[in-house]
Design a protein around this ligand. Structure first.
Ligand code: PDD
Length: 286
């Protein structure tokens, strides 16, 4: 197996050699921010968008990191790795300090980690045509899911419930019955040719893939309604799909064991899968 390269606070080393203090606030409190982005043809996909979201998340929790320098180090690491089809993981925690809940004094150095690994196929590739199966679970997470926090226990619990049910993803359901998002994906329904999705707000991550797919839908004259569907409406929708950096555009054909629409990936979803692929092809050609 090839060695995964990491940049740990400016030092390049094999990922397995990175050592972190148990007093790192990410370790103790989940006090940190992360990003994950795809590499196609050796180029980072939607880099600007990911870096802007990283800056915003860090600002929301007052972690003072130099994101521009971090971006440069990320690109250097990617070049050094020589990886063509990959995944970049970036994480910034508030750093090391004796355990107290309040933030440590200004000047405490954040811990900055990035690694690049081979990622030749998405874990969901085999479901791209047949469609994935999902389960619904209550959304147990906190009230600032717009911040890309490394504190993902609620998401992990949901993903595990999906795995236990033999499914690929979990749909998180709010108390009012609306479909919020997936454990690590954004969720969309299609009804009468229109795409429905939860509007941006503190309850969902502003997905980079979500934003691109909405742009592609617009361009393809597919109407988008930023209003969430209810779980109780699932029986009446034609198509369901998920989006995310690692999942790309993923049709869903089963929810809690029941078929969605015709039980096959639908035409609107497949159009968006194709449009998304064109964006990747364009990046690779550029
Ligand atoms: N997850 N919603 C949640 C809760 C997520 O964790 C993610 C991404 C998304 C999709 O966002 P984007 O299109 O920007 O990847 C939506 C990443 C990939 C992860 O946790 O690995």
């Amino acid at each position: 197996m090839s060695v995964t390269l990491a940049d740990w606070n400016g030092e390049v080393m094999p990922l397995e050699d990175v050592k972190v203090s148990v007093l790192d606030r990410g370790f103790l409190f989940g006090d940190g921010i992360y990003e994950a982005l795809r590499v196609y043809g050796g180029k980072p996909f939607l880099l600007r968008e990911h870096m802007d979201r990283l800056k915003r998340s860090l600002k929301e929790v007052s972690i003072d990191a130099d994101v521009d320098a971090f971006e440069k180090r990320t690109l250097n690491l990617l070049a050094k790795s020589g990886i063509k089809e990959g995944l970049i993981y970036q994480q910034v925690t508030r750093g090391v300090y004796p355990r107290v809940h309040k933030y440590p004094p200004k000047g405490t150095k954040p811990n900055e980690l990035v690694w690049v690994k081979e990622f030749t196929e998405t874990p969901f590739a085999e479901f791209r045509e047949s469609g994935a199966a999902v389960v619904t679970v209550p959304d147990l997470r906190w009230k600032r899911c717009d911040i890309k926090s490394i504190n993902l226990l609620g998401n992990c619990m949901a993903a595990e419930a999906a795995a236990q049910a033999g499914c690929q993803e979990a749909l998180l359901i709010a108390e009012d019955g609306s479909i919020v998002e997936g454990s690590h994906t954004s969720a969309f329904g299609v009804k009468d040719g229109r795409v429905w999705t939860m509007p941006l707000g503190p309850n969902i991550l502003p997905g980079i893939t979500r934003a691109l797919v909405l742009k592609l839908a617009n361009r393809a004259n597919i109407e988008v309604i930023e209003r969430s569907l209810l779980k109780s409406e699932l029986g009446q929708i034609d198509e369901l799909f998920l989006t995310g950096t690692t999942s790309e555009v993923l049709p869903v054909t089963k929810v809690d064991g029941h078929g969605v629409g015709t039980g096959k990936a639908g035409p609107v979803t497949l159009r968006l899968v194709a449009e998304y692929q064109k964006e990747i092809d364009e990046l690779v050609r550029s």
